[in-house]
Design a binder for this molecule. Structure first.
Ligand SMILES: Nc1ncnc2c1ncn2[C@@H]1O[C@H](COP(=O)(O)OP(=O)(O)OP(=O)(O)O)[C@@H](O)[C@H]1O
Ligand SMILES: [Mg+2]
Length: 215
């Protein structure tokens, strides 16, 4: 898996990730978002790709950034950076270990807290008080913490985690995400008192009419 924000930082796609970064930083000027979960209604809509590239652009702007893989069911963030899935978040929760086992990435200012060993009960684990403590610790260590999560509709993990952080970014895939699924996901997050700060559209058709003026 490769990250376009690293392999081709001048491409329009990388520029789109930077626009997303800018929009998020303007979302709430008095109370900036420090912790953000990225999720989507269903599987395969681009959550992990979005959160990984967003984290790279955040780090590239000089902000200390920690990426946390909270898709404990299908962890993938370590693969983007050639790192290991363990140790990680679940090991901290299970062992009571106090120091987050952060892995350095090849990107300056960017660290990964991987998922860790697969737990039998991901939603309960994410709902535990120890996870609140870990989040509080991470906030002390970095400027921004981004969390990958499973899809909203299938399992409660994203809603449980979303209620513990400043906000959620909902990823929707053009031509793939069903309208009723997007609506259902929004309702489920709102019911869980998750603050949806925006949406990101993936798989959008290329629009050549804008032109390459800013190449
Ligand atoms: N912005 C995008 N535009 C087009 N395709 C994309 C985009 N982001 C991701 N993809 C493609 O969509 C597929 C799924 O991406 P990804 O693994 O990031 O999704 P996911 O929502 O994390 O999936 P899962 O639910 O399995 O964790 C991959 O093949 C990826 O290359
Ligand atoms: Mg994923």
């Amino acid at each position: 898996m490769s990250l376009i924000t690293l392999t081709d930082p001048r491409s329009p796609i990388s520029e789109a990730y930077r626009t997303l970064r800018t929009n998020l930083s303007f979302y709430s000027l008095d109370n900036p978002i420090r912790t953000l979960v990225v999720t989507s209604p269903a599987a395969g809509e681009g959550k992990s790709t979005t959160v990984a590239n967003l984290a790279v652009t955040m780090a590239q702007s000089g902000r200390k950034t920690i990426l946390v893989d909270c898709d404990l069911r299908r962890p993938s963030l370590h693969d983007y950076f050639g790192l290991k899935a363990e140790p990680g978040l679940t090991d901290m929760v299970v062992s009571g270990e106090d120091t987050p086992p952060l892995q350095e990435t090849s990107v300056e200012n960017l660290w990964l807290l991987a998922s860790g060993a697969k737990p039998p009960n991901p939603a309960d684990l994410l709902g535990s008080r120890k996870v609140d403590q870990v989040i509080a610790q991470l906030v002390e260590m970095a400027d921004i913490i981004l969390f990958d999560a499973p899809p909203v509709i299938a399992v409660t993990d994203a809603a449980v985690l979303g209620a513990k952080v400043d906000g959620a970014l909902l990823v929707l895939s053009a031509g793939k995400t069903r309208r009723d699924h997007a609506e259902r996901a929004k309702e489920m997050l709102e019911q869980a008192k998750v603050r949806i700060v925006g949406t990101a559209l993936t798989n959008a058709p290329k629009d050549d009419s804008i032109g390459g003026y800013y190449g």
